[in-house]
Design a protein around this ligand. Structure first.
Ligand SMILES: *[C@@H]1O[C@H](CO)[C@@H](O)[C@H](O)[C@H]1NC(C)=O
Ligand SMILES: *[C@@H]1O[C@H](CO)[C@@H](O)[C@H](O)[C@H]1NC(C)=O
Ligand SMILES: *[C@@H]1O[C@H](CO)[C@@H](O)[C@H](O)[C@H]1NC(C)=O
Ligand SMILES: *[C@@H]1O[C@H](CO)[C@@H](O)[C@H](O)[C@H]1NC(C)=O
Ligand SMILES: *[C@@H]1O[C@H](CO)[C@@H](O)[C@H](O)[C@H]1NC(C)=O
Ligand SMILES: *[C@@H]1O[C@H](CO)[C@@H](O)[C@H](O)[C@H]1NC(C)=O
Length: 932
């Protein structure tokens, strides 16, 4: 084509963020900011055999001694866990057990003493120990503190020969199946509140009873025989087992926590709280309440629906409990005063129809004041006016009875002066459940908690949780939150359920006692400076060069007030020497708090340099990246976008470091970001365009251009200019090992090596024939068809590329495949001719037939059978015999032709072919002596 125009093509650096938006900073998993596999060694004492009980003796200065009970021994240990002395408590009848002689021999032969209770008197310096030997007798050990040292000065056997018998035994205190107890001191006596598990054999002789209140006699030879009890009725003793988990005193009450069947005959278990008044000995004011600790899914809380109900989990079996004062923050969250006692319970979900816990735990907090309130309100329901008959409950302790004032709808006037208070003087299961939601929101899945100890550290409430696998979690307790605030999580070294009656820890299977400071085992599990300095202050953590340490563990500089920023990644990794490439920086600790951003503040608080070049921070761009959706719970990343300042003419290529410097001003509290972080791997390059493909295209545009060269993917955005007009990028520059296929530029211009040639615009005037089928040849007729590098035709959705033009006015294309539905022979539709992108500018109506069948494969010569008759209406059919055209005529039922005269039929016959004009061949010439 004569007319052509050569123009120059340029690549430009552009400001449009075409490239950068596709790249995102890799997220940093929160789990990588701490390492719970870091080992800690706690001070410990090996007691020689499994620990059965621990009691800590304190005076006004804190712990003075620790008593550790094992089989047949009580060890007296210093608060630092140094063994001071050993008291032999068994076997009963052995010569080595001196205190055994204080008790009369009730049983024959040596009997091991397993310690069931180890209690300190709240008023006197007395230690009580109760064992399995001798039907559960107790000893009282008198302690003396001299120069800060504790010694056992005298021991009494709490037993008197008089007044005890197999049928009635006030001195038989503990059950071999387990007992929980609290001692309350009054001005005149110490009172034991006891909850014991019994069965028919324990109950048959010297029964300790289920719940009892016993007064220690002033003569220290046992318990007063006027004691009161409630005990499981004989018919339930073997199938209604009450497991006493914990007991404590608060105010005027003593509380027990039990796991037991929901009702006699039921196989489902739940947790109950029992309350006894310290003002009465008769257990008439004995109350029980069901404690319900559960996780409710958020969906459920938003809108209740049937299908969601099963996603709620009831943690029905209590594993451990601790009543303690909450820190101020949790108190506020719970809507109570921080002087209120809160009952914290570690609960588990049980296996169905069993009290055996599964590895699925929760911690619930029950403010005692609210529990007491629930009991008062429940009693008013029982003793006040009501419409439904209410049962007293506790049918395993007492005969079935209805609340007397509201039997079957009889009503009573509560405003009337009360004459009869007998309704209140009867043990009652209060008809209300105290329902609390898991503080950990169902996140302790896969964990079985076995112990719980809660302390308030300043405003913060810290729970020390032991697990069945021998790990300790120290966690901040707060109102149900979506993430766990774990202060530490470490192993005691060997597996085994952890018990923690207080902060000396024990494991039910192991002979060790460990000492755990409430401030935690250490700080080394925090892997990042930010984590380290965000840790609760009482943990005493500081950043020591490359790790989190306590001050005394840090040989170098120990900082508690600042962290350097941390770069983890950046993009792009290369930029042209000049030009304003935008660089995205990723990492953490770019700022100390969300609400203030040092990179927006006074100049110099936040600087980025790439090699010798400054990079201006773009706060708005950085913000838009920050708002990208993240899974807040699991991962995070800090993002900063900056724009390279233009390099001077002397800018050097080659590798460069990316350096981020943040210098927040000092703050009155908390830490600030101060320091810099360097990451290598950036490189300045000189891009170069070496080839352009195709080299020409129509003036009207639409040609798909490819640029090849070196370093074309450097930088952050690209524009291609052809003769001053922008050529939109259809794809990111990318690196291809052989010939990079790319377009590019950051505000620096790179000329293409050869000019691009503009040719006259093509035009299409006709397409012949007007019908087609898959693979048949179409001829496009027009002008300047050779201005186009790649022509395409498309029938409806099916497209195909054409062959190179035969001549400027003629272009041949095979018809594209078109999926025919069965039974459809012809589809009318639009054929579009696409010449370098000018979509649909040339449209032609066309009938599309299904492809004629090959007569050789079908052995038929009927036009209809082959599908030729339809096609014959718009295009010529060829038939050859022995390779010679015989000018066929196609009728519905036959294809006929006259044999060419010159054909000499060989004896074996000549091959016959039927078809449409062959692709690319000119129709056979008709000339004498071959008349058509
Ligand atoms: C975590 O700490 C353990 C023990 O020090 C170490 O073996 C392990 O490599 C650490 N894990 C990571 C991810 O740093
Ligand atoms: C089990 O409890 C039922 C009451 O629910 C009682 O009738 C039955 O005797 C008890 N069975 C045994 C074996 O103790
Ligand atoms: C908490 O209780 C104390 C003592 O009863 C009382 O002085 C204080 O005002 C209470 N605080 C709140 C917030 O109720
Ligand atoms: C309840 O008793 C009070 C005091 O005796 C009396 O004033 C009141 O009318 C009574 N209410 C009903 C509903 O009987
Ligand atoms: C607990 O740790 C703190 C700080 O680490 C220390 O001051 C205190 O003495 C420790 N307490 C015990 C009982 O070791
Ligand atoms: C069919 O053949 C005739 C005679 O050879 C020719 O004139 C005509 O153009 C052909 N038609 C098509 C559609 O090719």
């Amino acid at each position: 084509m004569g007319l052509s125009c050569c123009v120059c093509l340029w690549l430009l650096l552009a400001l449009a963020l075409l490239g950068a938006s596709a790249w995102q900073c890799p997220r940093i998993p929160y789990s990588s900011t701490r390492n719970f596999s870091v080992p800690y060694t706690l001070p410990s004492l090996d007691a020689g055999s499994p620990i059965q009980n621990v009691a800590v003796f304190t005076d006004s200065d804190g712990p003075v001694a620790v008593f550790v009970a094992i089989r047949n021994r009580i060890l007296l240990v210093s608060p630092e866990l140094r063994l001071l002395s050993v008291l032999v408590t068994g076997p009963m009848g052995s010569a080595r057990c001196e205190i055994c002689r204080l008790c009369p021999a009730i049983t024959d032969g040596p009997e091991d003493t397993d310690n069931v209770l180890l209690l300190l008197d709240p008023l006197e310096p007395w230690l009580y120990s109760c064992g399995t030997a001798q039907h559960g007798l107790c000893y009282q050990h008198q302690l003396e503190v001299r120069d800060g040292k504790v010694a056992i000065t005298a021991t009494h056997c709490l037993y008197s020969a008089m007044g005890n018998s197999p049928a009635f035994c006030p001195d038989c205190v503990v059950s071999p199946l387990g007992t929980s107890a609290t001692v309350v001191a009054t001005s005149y006596a110490s009172i034991f509140y006891l909850g014991s598990t019994i069965d028919s054999s324990v109950a048959a002789r010297y029964s300790p009873q289920s719940v009892s209140i016993r007064r220690l006699k002033g003569t220290l030879d046992g318990f007063s025989n006027d004691f009161q009890w409630l005990t499981v009725l004989p018919q339930y003793r073997d199938n209604y087992t009450i497991h006493y988990v914990h007991s404590f005193a608060d105010g005027d009450h003593v509380y027990f926590l039990m796991v037991q069947p929901e009702r006699p005959g039921s196989a489902a278990y739940h947790t109950r709280l029992a309350r006894l008044s310290t003002h009465e000995r008769h257990l008439r004011r004995y109350r029980e309440l069901v404690l319900d600790c559960r996780f409710e899914s958020k969906r459920r809380r938003r809108r209740s629906g049937e299908e969601d109900a099963e996603r709620d989990i009831a943690y029905n079996v209590l594993q451990a409990a601790h009543a303690a004062r909450p820190g101020a923050r949790l108190a506020r969250d719970l809507g109570i005063n921080d002087t209120d006692t809160v009952l914290f319970g570690a609960f588990a979900e049980s296996h169905p129809e069993s009290p055996v816990p599964q590895e699925n735990s929760a911690v619930c907090a029950f403010p005692l004041r609210l529990l007491n309130q629930a009991m008062e309100e429940g009693m008013k329901k029982c003793c006040g006016t009501g419409h439904q008959p209410l049962r007293r409950g506790l049918s395993f302790f007492q005969p079935v009875e209805y609340c007397p004032h509201n039997p079957q709808g009889l009503s009573v006037n509560l405003s009337a002066p009360v004459v009869d208070t007998s309704c209140w003087d009867q043990p009652t299961l209060v008809p209300a459940a105290s329902h609390k939601v898991d503080l950990f929101n169902g996140q302790l899945t896969g964990v079985l908690l076995t112990s719980l100890f809660v302390t308030a550290m300043g405003d913060v409430t810290v729970a020390h949780l032991g697990t069945a696998e021998g790990r300790i979690f120290q966690m901040v307790l707060q109102r149900s939150s979506s993430y766990l605030l774990t202060l530490s999580n470490f192993s005691l070294g060997e597996p085994g359920p952890v018990r923690a009656p207080c902060v000396p820890l024990t494991s039910t299977l192991r002979p060790q006692v460990w000492l755990l400071n409430v401030t935690g085992p250490g700080c080394r599990h925090f892997s990042t400076c930010q984590r380290c300095l965000r840790a609760e202050r009482f943990m005493g953590c500081g950043w020591c060069g490359d790790g989190c340490r306590r001050r005394h563990e840090c040989p170098g500089r120990w900082v508690q007030d600042s962290c350097p920023p941390v770069l983890t990644d950046f993009h792009p990794r290369s930029a042209p020497l000049q030009g304003r490439t935008r660089v995205t920086l990723c990492g953490m600790t770019f700022r100390s708090r969300l609400e203030t951003d040092p990179c927006r503040g006074p100049r110099g608080a936040c600087r980025v340099a790439v090699g010798q070049r400054g990079c201006t921070v773009l706060p708005e761009e950085s913000d838009s990246f920050r708002s990208l959706p993240t899974s807040r719970r699991k991962e995070f990343v800090d993002v900063l976008v900056c724009e390279l300042e233009p390099g001077g003419p002397a800018a050097l290529g080659g590798p460069a470091d990316v350096v981020l410097t943040v210098q927040e001003p000092p703050r009155p509290s908390g830490f600030r970001v101060y320091g810099s972080s360097t990451l290598g791997g950036f490189v300045f390059v000189e891009p170069h365009v070496s080839a352009l493909h195709p080299p020409f295209g129509p003036r009207g545009g639409g040609t798909h251009l490819s640029l090849h060269g070196k370093h074309l993917s450097a930088g952050s955005s690209w524009r291609v200019m052809v003769n001053g007009s922008e050529c939109a990028l259809s794809r990111q520059p990318r690196y291809a090992p052989a010939l990079p296929l790319a377009l590019r530029g950051p505000q620096q211009e790179f000329p293409a090596p050869v000019p691009f040639q503009y040719r006259p615009d093509p035009a299409v005037s006709a397409v012949v024939p007007s019908c087609s089928y898959e693979g048949s040849l179409l001829t496009i007729i027009g002008t300047h068809l050779d201005s186009v590098y790649r022509a395409k035709i498309r029938f409806e959705a099916a497209g195909v590329e054409c062959k190179d033009p035969l001549a400027p006015d003629r272009l041949l294309c095979h018809s594209p495949a078109f999926p025919f539905e069965s039974n459809v022979e012809v589809v009318p539709g639009n054929l579009s001719v696409l010449l370098d992108g000018a979509d649909g500018r040339w449209l032609f109506r066309l009938r599309y037939y299904s492809r004629p069948k090959d007569p050789r494969a079908h052995g038929a010569l009927s036009g209809q059978q082959l599908g030729l008759d339809a096609v014959a209406t718009c295009m010529n059919i060829t038939m050859t015999v022995g390779g010679l055209d015989c000018h066929p005529s196609v009728l519905k039922n036959e294809v006929t032709c006259r044999l060419p005269r010159e054909l000499r039929l060989p004896p074996a016959g000549a091959p016959v072919e039927v078809g449409t004009p062959r692709v690319g061949k000119h129709p056979p010439q008709c000339s004498p002596p071959h008349p058509c």
